[in-house]
Design a protein around this ligand. Structure first.
Ligand SMILES: CC(C)(COP(=O)(O)OP(=O)(O)OC[C@H]1O[C@@H](n2cnc3c(N)ncnc32)[C@H](O)[C@@H]1OP(=O)(O)O)[C@@H](O)C(=O)NCCC(=O)NCCS
Length: 164
């Protein structure tokens, strides 16, 4: 579990959004949101995401004291992987995913590359990653437990980008 990154507050049009490192107290939230957000990909989505939250670095987005999203980053290899990112259904489309992805990218300075996978039909996730410089590298048929196809995307980690 990560405790290395200082919390960050982003002022949006409504109330401030705070992104903080994920702790053990966030695991029930991670399980509930991932069961809802990733349940269609397999029946153990909630349990598997909690396992990742316990082993990868993570961040939680909070607004008005309420948790509204989280993101996880596997930093165990030189290629860092975004292993999950999810926002509460009623809060999507407001830039929360964008703020979480920024937190991940700030933590990725030691990486060679950043990688992410998402279902080929997941327009919101594809849009988020492509808008942030990820490019599709591979199509992975039947990648998920429910046989959905995934796109594997990657980008150079921020520190690895060539200077202009
Ligand atoms: C993918 C996800 C994390 C994006 O989070 P978000 O807070 O909605 O992200 P953003 O607000 O930064 O916007 C992402 C894009 O999706 C669009 N979008 C997301 N939800 C939307 C909604 N409910 N209505 C309209 N547009 C929506 C945004 O407008 C934006 O599109 P743009 O790039 O063309 O502007 C979120 O949709 C989610 O939790 N999905 C379910 C879990 C999931 O699929 N995670 C990704 C798997 S790795």
């Amino acid at each position: 579990m990560c405790k290395h990154v200082a919390s960050q507050t982003i002022r949006q049009s409504a109330s401030p959004l705070t992104i903080t490192p994920l702790t053990a107290s966030d695991l029930a939230f991670v399980r509930a949101l991932s069961t809802d957000a990733f349940g269609e990909f397999g029946k153990y989505a909630g349990r598997n995401t909690v396992w990742m939250a316990e082993h990868h670095r993570g961040w939680v987005a909070t607004q008005q004291g309420r948790r509204i999203g989280f993101a996880l980053l596997d930093t165990s290899n030189r290629i860092f992987e975004v292993t999950a990112i999810a926002v509460m259904p009623g809060e999507r489309g407001k830039g929360i995913g964008q703020a979480l992805l920024h937190a991940l990218e700030r933590a990725a300075s030691g990486a060679v590359e950043l990688r992410a996978r998402t279902a080929d039909a997941n327009v919101a996730a594809l849009s988020l990653f492509l808008r942030n410089g990820f490019r599709i590298k591979n199509r992975l048929p039947r990648y998920y437990a429910n046989m959905y196809t995934a796109y594997e995307m990657s980008k150079l980690a921020p520190s690895a980008e060539p200077r202009r």
